[in-house]
Every structure is written in C-alpha cells, then in structure tokens.
Design a protein around this ligand. Structure first.
Ligand code: CS2
Length: 469
C-alpha cells in the first residue's frame, strides 16, 4: 500500500523553495503541528531536480518522518505539503504560486550556495551566471531571482508582499537574504527595492535538527514499521529547535510558539551559539573524521581521541568567544551536543557534512578564529580544522584513495592546489581565496595552518589529534 491522503489537504499559505530532507523533517513538521485552521499548507518547490516531486506526487504530498532515538524509532506522517513544483520545468507556475495573495510566507532551505553570494562579504555575487540571467530575463533561475520577480508581480497587482523566512545555516540569515533581494531588485527597478525595503519582512532564524540523508535503509525501516510504501521518507533525531525573529508581514504566521518554536526579538546569540558550537564542530569532525577513516559523526564520538578533541574545542576555543543567549548555559549546550552526536541511531556521514566547505567555513569556523585572534586566545583545534579542509579538498585521502569532493568551488580549489608543489605554496594558495578568507585573517593564520597541514600530511589526522591532547 502506498501513502494516500484520507482527509482534505490544508489550503496553501506558504511556498517553500528548496524542498530537501532538512525542511521536510523540521519546518514542515512544526508548521503541520501549528496549523490549527488548515490555512498553512506548504507548496514545495524543487529548484533543480524532479526526484522529490516524482516521489511525493503519487503520495498526495504525504511522507513519513522517521525519528531515530538512542533507544528506538518512531514514525509520524507529515501532511503539510500540498504539492511540489519543479522550477526549471515551469518557472511561471512557481511565480504564479508565489504571487497568490493567499501565500503569506515564503520559506527557504536552498543551502549556502543557493544564495549566490560571497561568503566572506555577504554581498550578491553579480557574476554568478544565474544572477546575470535573472537580471535580464523575468523567468528566474535563482532563489533571489524568484523572490524579486514574485515580489514585483505582487506589487504590480496591488497585493501585500510575503514574509521571506530563511531556514539555512547562514549568519544573520534574514538580514543577509534581505540585502541580496534589495540588491537584485534595485538593479531591476529602484522603486521595487524601496517598496520591498519598506513593506516586506525578512526575519532571521536559527534552525536545528540533525537530518542525515535518506537511504534505502530508511525506506525499508519505514515499510517495516508502517506497512506502507513511502518513496521519500525523511529520518531525523528527536531533538529540534527553531528560534525565529517575530517580524512577519501583517503578523501573518501560524502559531509556531504554541508548538515549541521560540519567537524572539533578536536571534543573533542563538544563531552564533548554534552555527559555531554545532555546525562548527560538525565541519571540524567532517574533515578530520573523514581523513581518519570515520564514516559517521557517531563513529568519531566513539573514538576517544576525537571525543577529547571536540570537548576541548568547545571549552577552550568556541565557548569563550560566545555571548550566550538569555538563560542559556553553553556548557550544558555542549554536553547536549555531545549526546546528540553520539546517538548510535543516527548515521550522519562525515562526507555529507564535508560538502560545500567553501560556503560553510566562514560562519562556522573563521568567525570564531577571528574573534580569538582579536582576544589573543589560541585556536589550535580550529586551525587544525582549516588545515584538514585544505587536505580534504586536495582530493586524496590518507590511503591515497580519491575523495569525491562536492563544493561549488571544487574545481578552482583543486586547480590552485595542484598548481603548487610545496605544502607552503598549497596552503598560501587556498588562504588567498578572498571569497572565503578575509586578507587580514589569512595573513594571521598562514604560518599556523601550514605547520598543521604538514603534520596532517606526515602523521595523518588521528595522530595529529593525539599529539595535541
Ligand atoms: C550539518 C548540518 O550538513 C551539515 O553541514 O552541519 O546540516 C546540521 O546537521 C544541521 O544544521 C543541524 O541542525
């Protein structure tokens, strides 16, 4: 039996761009629980491939969320997704949906690279081919292009704008996307940019739930537990958190606070805590763990050398540079993260987290490094993490096997590394990548990253870690 709807679908009140596993296991679940009136159904949009649409369409948009606890598994059917569009097949349909006045929120999970911006500066990458295209052609390709063109249609029709609710792990994510939208809009029509600046809302958010990619195992487990065939389930840990700035156009939003989301005035301290403590150590474990031959985060945590390293990274390098959110205790937060990482039910691959490092390092690791430098605090673990990234994007693991490096800059990074013959030259070449490393930071890090990189080459990741602890 396949999943089918037996009760009416909610009306569409939200369009979601980038319908990946994370949003389906996080935002879509919160929204379903908060939607008491049936007005906040979610029309999903895939910006690239048709796979999710092809899987969900025969299931009326329904899918299973499989919760992987340390002591067992539970399932829930998610009913909030009302349909899925595939943007490259029909961009007009996406714009029509986003321009419908019944749609009051556009949520986003398009990954870091989906914003077409420069990680080091937060500015629009006006040379990005999709942005060049979207400036000229009203049927967009990029996320920013869809937001701008849909807002233009709403303005021309005399409708209110929507709230743009980004759920990606970016610094000041709402302010960032607002800046990108205003930049592109201003290049198309300055009056449009003024209207968006005055009328639209871009709350920043902190999102958190560990959601490993769906595997054939996930599908088989769901079938076993429910007796149903689900082509596109998601799997996730029990923990979830969503902190949102309460800044919505005409206060139109589902009652997310009623289902555990935190509506706050300023998300910054929550976001720094999460990006630096969770995502920062995730990336550190991804590169070092992968190099050391650990397949998952839980495998890293079961290795005492890694467990000691990560605790020291929090205590000595990350927590001292943070201002905790009101009522939060960062040591307790770290203990909780340790437990979440150790959950043996979650097989979160280091290779998955290692993806798109060029887009992740600045907000996850480099911000803390810069703060520590300013405060005169040493950062051996963060420096080692940067060196491990350099080693990883070189494309060969410690056994000489090729690494499948996924990164929008992979080819350029690799070409730069290959053009230099010495470790010194290679590290200097990567740190001169201004899209990632600001000049002053690169200059301050160069000698330390080079020494550590050499140790990684000579001794490997695990022994380098051992020698540090
Ligand atoms: C991870 C995140 O893949 C990654 O880069 O660090 O997806 C992480 O699992 C989530 O942000 C947790 O909320």
């Amino acid at each position: 039996m396949i999943l089918r709807r037996t009760t009416p679908a909610p009306k569409t009140g939200i369009v979601h761009l980038g319908l990946g596993a994370f949003f389906r296991a996080h935002g879509a679940v919160y929204i379903q629980e908060a939607d008491g009136t049936g007005d906040w159904g979610i029309l999903g949009v895939s910006l690239q491939r048709p796979d999710v649409r092809n899987a969900l369409q025969p299931q009326d948009g329904l899918y299973t969320a499989l919760e992987l606890g340390p002591n067992g598994q539970t399932v829930q059917t998610v009913t909030s997704v009302t349909g899925v569009l595939v943007a490259p097949e029909d961009p007009q349909a996406v714009l029509a949906a986003m321009s419908d006045p019944a749609v009051r929120i556009v949520t986003l999970t398009v990954t870091e690279k989906g914003y077409c911006y420069e990680p080091a500066t937060g500015l629009l990458n006006a040379d990005h081919p999709d942005i060049i295209h979207d400036l000229e052609v009203p049927l967009p390709r990029s996320t920013i292009g869809f937001l701008v063109r849909a807002l233009a249609i709403r303005r021309a029709a005399g409708h209110r704008p929507f709230t743009v609710l980004t759920c990606d792990n970016l610094p000041a994510n709402g302010r960032l996307v607002r800046g990108l939208v205003l930049d592109l809009a201003g290049r198309i029509d300055p009056a449009l940019a003024e209207w968006i600046a005055a009328e639209a809302c871009f709350p920043s958010t902190m999102v958190d739930r560990i959601v490993p990619a769906t595997t054939p195992d996930t599908i088989a487990t769901v079938q076993r537990l429910t007796g149903m065939t689900d082509a596109a389930p998601v799997q996730h840990e029990p923990f979830r958190q969503w902190v949102i700035e309460d800044d919505f156009v005409d206060n139109q939003r589902p009652d997310l606070a009623a289902v555990g989301a935190e509506l706050v005035e300023d998300v910054t301290p929550f976001e720094h805590m999460k990006l630096r403590m969770l995502n920062g150590t995730h990336s550190a474990l991804a590169y070092l763990g992968y190099l050391a031959g650990h397949e998952t985060i839980a495998d890293c945590m079961a290795d005492p050398v890694f467990a000691t390293f990560i605790r020291a990274l929090w205590a000595d390098e990350i927590i001292p540079a943070l201002t905790p959110p009101p009522d939060a205790d960062l040591n307790i937060y770290a203990d909780r993260l340790f437990d979440r990482y150790s959950n043996p039910g979650i097989r979160h691959r280091t290779w998955q987290i290692a993806m798109d490092g060029s887009q992740k390092l600045p907000q996850r690791i480099l911000g803390t490094l810069a703060d520590n430098l300013k405060a005169g605090r040493e950062s051996p673990g963060l420096i080692l993490s940067v060196a491990a990234w350099v080693r990883y994007v070189g494309g060969t693991d410690e056994l000489g096997q090729p690494i499948d490096v996924r990164d929008p800059l992979a080819a350029r990074l690799r070409a730069l590394l290959d053009s230099k013959s010495t470790p010194e030259g290679k590290v200097a070449a990567l740190l001169s990548f201004r899209e990632i490393f600001p000049e002053a930071l690169a200059a301050a890090l160069l000698a330390h990253v080079t020494t550590t990189y050499k140790s990684l080459l000579k001794n490997g990741a695990r022994r380098t870690l051992e020698s540090m602890t």
